[in-house]
Design a binder for this molecule. Structure first.
Ligand code: ADP
Ligand code: MG
Length: 301
């Protein structure tokens, strides 16, 4: 097969590993910088142009779209879908998962466990917003944050009020969430491919920190998932419509709760922690699924 990885940076661990694994399995793999693609969207035979030339036909694309370029990136993926190219994650599913509020609303609608969560932009009653998720301590999150930046733990009701007021001053939308203390600074990253958890790791926050992000000094190790955790991860991926994603779960007293679903999960942490060839498993799924027009929306979404 001829496969394109849509990535801004061929040097990234995840991109390099996908190229390597694809080539090992006998495929021709190109890395295409999504942001340099351009398109004639009016033509009745849609195509994507790159470096002054029409791109060749690809059997499949693997979108690795950074959060900061979701809007343009997903439109490039949509163009590939219109051309009949199979995309492991569809453009609509990527857009859906990038909107944290929309994602949590969808997960809640399907009855998937999550921390009690409120969201707000300019609440007229901050006090009620905090009480409504069970009161302090609460976790307050800026909607646009990634890698743990913009995620704050407010120990007391007063602190929570001040932080929410400060964020309101910045004209930002926020999430106010029940603090899952019993998780002890640990979360579980489940790597889901084709409706199965193919690898999972536990991430432990650095001492004195509650955020387990590896970018915040967290450390990764192996973990065994309970059947309920496995089901939660698979259900979350299905709800988002993502064939390949990372589902982040906290172990709470009321069962596994989903924090977020990532449509471009990194490979370095999970391959290192588990010793599994995750990149190769991604290709194994593509080999089974990549047929012309085998996306749900074919670019119509
Ligand atoms: P980001 O998108 O920036 O990674 P997350 O929502 O994943 O933001 O939060 C970052 C980290 O903070 C999580 O990995 C988790 O360890 C911790 N955390 C987030 N929300 C909660 C919560 N409600 N209770 C306990 N810990 C949390
Ligand atoms: Mg996170």
């Amino acid at each position: 097969m001829r496969v394109a990885i849509l990535s801004r940076n061929p040097k990234l661990y995840s991109t390099r590993r996908l190229v390597e694994a694809g080539e090992e399995r006998g495929h021709q793999v190109d890395v295409i910088d999504t942001m340099h693609c351009y398109m004639d969207i009016t033509s009745n035979s849609p195509s994507v142009r790159y470096h002054g030339k029409k791109l060749p036909h690809y059997d499949a694309v693997i979108p690795r779209i950074g959060a900061s370029v979701t809007f343009y990136g997903t439109s490039v993926v949509r163009q590939f879908e219109m051309m009949g190219t199979y995309s492991i994650n569809e453009s609509v599913a990527i857009s859906r998962s990038r909107d944290k509020l929309r994602s949590l609303q969808l997960l809640s609608r399907k009855g998937i466990g999550m921390p009690r969560t409120g969201f707000a932009h300019s609440p007229d009653k901050i006090d009620d917003l905090i009480k409504n998720v069970g009161g302090a301590p609460v976790v307050i999150k800026l909607l646009e944050g990634t890698q743990g930046i913009g995620v704050v733990l407010a120990d007391t009701h007063k602190a929570a009020e001040s932080i929410i007021e400060a964020f309101m001053g910045l004209n930002a939308s926020i999430l106010v969430q029940e603090y899952i203390k019993e998780a002890g600074g640990t979360d579980i990253r489940c790597f889901v491919v084709g409706g199965k958890v193919i690898a999972a790791m536990k991430r432990q926050a650095a001492p004195g920190e509650f955020r387990s992000n590896l970018h915040r000094g967290g450390s990764a190790s192996l973990t065994r998932l309970s059947p309920q955790e496995r089901k939660t991860a698979v259900d979350a991926a299905k709800t988002m419509g993502l064939n390949c994603c990372g589902v982040d779960i906290l172990r709470s007293n009321h069962g596994p709760v989903v924090m977020e679903v990532n449509s471009s999960p990194g490979l370095e942490g999970i391959e290192t922690a588990t010793g599994k060839n995750v990149a190769s498993m991604v290709f194994e799924f593509i080999e089974k699924s990549a047929r012309p027009n085998n996306t749900k929306t074919r670019g119509k979404g």
